[in-house]
Design a binder for this molecule. Structure first.
Ligand code: DON
Length: 304
């Protein structure tokens, strides 16, 4: 096997002093407190080995990365029924755009843009008795880590300023594509996005998608075919209007969040998480994307 330790240490060294680091998200005020110099990389290999450099054990706000976890639970509950309410096409638009939603009669383009993730949150609010608690239990179970929790300050901060998401939820409701109360769904959605995890916890949680639906404890949470579909959606939609660029540069299914995290995976081989809070103009971690491009180019380990 290649020397992943040396490779990620070199990448970390090359990029950590970059002058251009991107800009920390500020539309969720609590996230603007992050230090733009933090940078971690973690790899969970499927042979059981793991590799870590920098701030890989510092908890960060996973934000939109959580949309893949909520999608996986909704698919486990409802399987193909969810595709009546949300499509699987890339939107070619930023994560928070609403115009297509109106044009397309309240059916979001995919479950990873905000409107799509709000429909998925609605499904979980219908399926769970105590959505926030039971979703947290699910994430803890797949990551095999009971210490994972919500950051309540981040959830409250997004609730205070989440007018765009509230508009999306109201639009969905007006088209009959939201079964629960807007406030109930949005309270769940803001908490889901405010999950705080380290690079290593995210890599362990996403092991389930690299391992045909079986988590690090070898428990089957979704079927192998469902894992395949989730990976396809990550590849085509995981980076919004930069999904093509991510496939072009990195060549892996993955998901970003405005907290600066990115997780990507090569099925049956490894999961890699990066965290660097500075974002590019599309809302994806600037240094994280560069690190992943260097990793798959140097190792030649991508899906292509
Ligand atoms: O709903 C929002 O706007 C945030 N909670 C999540 C957005 C996000 O992470 C976009 N990702 N790059």
């Amino acid at each position: 096997m290649q020397d992943f330790n040396t490779i990620i240490n070199n990448i970390h060294n090359n990029l950590k002093d970059n002058v251009v680091k991107g800009v920390v998200a500020s539309y969720i005020p609590e996230l603007s407190k992050q230090d733009v110099n933090q940078f971690g990389i973690f790899i969970q290999h499927m042979n059981g080995e793991n590799f870590s450099v920098g701030d890989a054990e510092v908890p960060f706000s996973i934000q939109s990365i959580s949309k893949v976890l909520s999608l996986s639970k909704a698919i486990a509950f409802e399987n193909n029924d969810i595709w009546k309410r949300v499509d699987v096409e890339p939107s070619g638009n930023p994560f928070n755009h609403l115009s297509l939603l109106e044009l397309e009669n309240g059916i979001p383009r995919n479950p990873l843009i905000n409107a799509g993730a709000i429909v998925i949150a609605d499904i979980l609010c219908s399926q769970f008795k105590n959505p926030k608690q039971e979703f947290l239990q699910y994430v803890r179970a797949i990551a095999n880590d009971q210490s994972i929790d919500y950051n309540l300050k981040v959830a409250a901060s997004e609730k205070e300023t989440g007018f765009n998401n509230l508009a999306a939820a109201n639009l969905l409701k007006s088209f009959g594509n939201l079964n629960n109360d807007v406030d109930v769904v949005m309270d769940f959605y803001f908490h889901q996005c405010a999950l705080e995890m380290t690079c290593s916890q995210v890599a362990k949680a996403f092991y389930v998608f690299a391992n045909k639906g079986r988590c690090v404890n070898n428990k089957q949470h979704i079927s192998s075919s469902q894992a395949k579909r989730i990976n396809a959606i990550m590849l085509t939609c995981g980076f919004y209007d930069e999904s093509g660029e991510f496939a072009f540069e990195v060549g892996l299914p993955g998901k970003s969040g405005v907290g600066g995290g990115i997780v990507a995976l090569l099925p049956n081989q490894y999961v890699i998480t990066t965290w660097a809070p500075g974002l590019n103009a599309k809302g994806n971690s600037l240094i994280g994307m560069q690190a992943l491009e260097q990793f798959t180019t140097q190792t030649n380990l991508s899906i292509f």
